[in-house]
Write a protein that binds this ligand. Sequence first.
Ligand SMILES: Nc1ncnc2c1ncn2[C@@H]1O[C@H](COP(=O)(O)OP(=O)(O)OP(=O)(O)O)[C@@H](O)[C@H]1O
Ligand SMILES: [Mg+2]
Length: 398
Amino acid sequence: MIDLNRLQKSSGILGNSEKIREVLEMIVQVGSVDISVLVTGESGTGKEIVAKALHKVSRRSNESLVTVNCGAIPEGIIESELFGHRKGAFTGAGDDRKGYFETAHKGTIFLDEIGETPLSTQVKLLRVLENGEFMRVGDSKTLYSDVRVIAATNKDLGELVQKGKFRQDLYYRLKSVTINVPALRHRIEDMSLLVERFALEFTRTNDIPYRGFMPDAIRIMKQYGWPGNVRELKHFVERILVLEKGERITESMVERQLDFPGQHTTPNPHLPVLIDQSPERAERELMLRQLFLLRQDVESIKHILGGSGASFGEQIPFLPHGKDVIPSPMKIDEDSPHFIRNDALGDMTLEELEEEAICRTLKFYNNNRRAAAKSLGMSERTLYRKINDYGIERKIKR
Ligand SMILES: Nc1ncnc2c1ncn2[C@@H]1O[C@H](COP(=O)(O)OP(=O)(O)OP(=O)(O)O)[C@@H](O)[C@H]1O
Ligand SMILES: [Mg+2]
């Protein structure tokens, strides 16, 4: 029997909690048996390192571990990727090609995000799980692969079965041996160890001085929910070490960087901006930023005029339409993450905000569309389309 400490060292699975011990024990118990295993758990809990550990303790450890991210392969080619294809099977299939199941022969195949596989492919997966048999796409010859299957998912497969999105027979076949990797918030006692190890590893490889985390910093980190689990924790530790430049990490530094629900933290200007957003979201955010700047303009004009808020009311953007509102003096709170006044909430749509931003930006740039598009953070083509959609041309001329 492999001892758990050795397994932890070789697999890199950290933790002293009872829950992690149970996971490690399961790996030892089922790892060496040639049986398929389903690894479940929320995103970032460590399903992939568990799968790797299962392969490592198995008798197949000298053979390859082939990882397939089922969720990342387009539906149209997933079968050809998994099972291979015959020359001419479809347009573009210029040669015979091996699939992952053939490549993994004698080793292990790790089917990550199994919940994402199309139903038609699931039938074929069931067959290969039952007896190792499969066919290349466009071929009628049955092939055989001696492969051990480990599958992982962060979805509730039982629920997918209920919704008709996952085959019940495949679900039963897979779930007989399940390892559930617990969420970090359910094994919060592992926090200090994880933080310490991630911090040491990161500072050592990057040559950053490390002075540790104060006990209060760890205490407050334990109160956070960590929806992204260990992955989120690891990135957080690395980020805070960089931002605090080798200082000892205190409670207030953590509070500043962690977004506790209900607490409005000021976005940190030193943080890298998100670039993996959808274009719509990025556009919306740029637009909101633009609106914020407009609001600041209004504020400075107000100062110049020295007039009362009431007389200037109609021209302040984002006030509820069609209401006789006397705005309270518009205070721009540097620390507030909000761009929109509370009393305007519920009375405006994103379209209205967008239209207003476009109108005013165009006026500001004397109708120079290139400059306006650039400043709004959208392409000129998008700006043209929106000008048409909102009938802005007319309004500007007025
Ligand atoms: N117990 C642990 N000890 C050390 N590192 C861990 C542990 N659990 C997770 N990690 C680290 O956290 C990160 C995420 O782990 P992993 O990729 O295995 O998660 P996952 O469950 O597969 O996530 P997803 O569902 O998003 O694919 C990796 O960098 C991994 O090394
Ligand atoms: Mg994963």
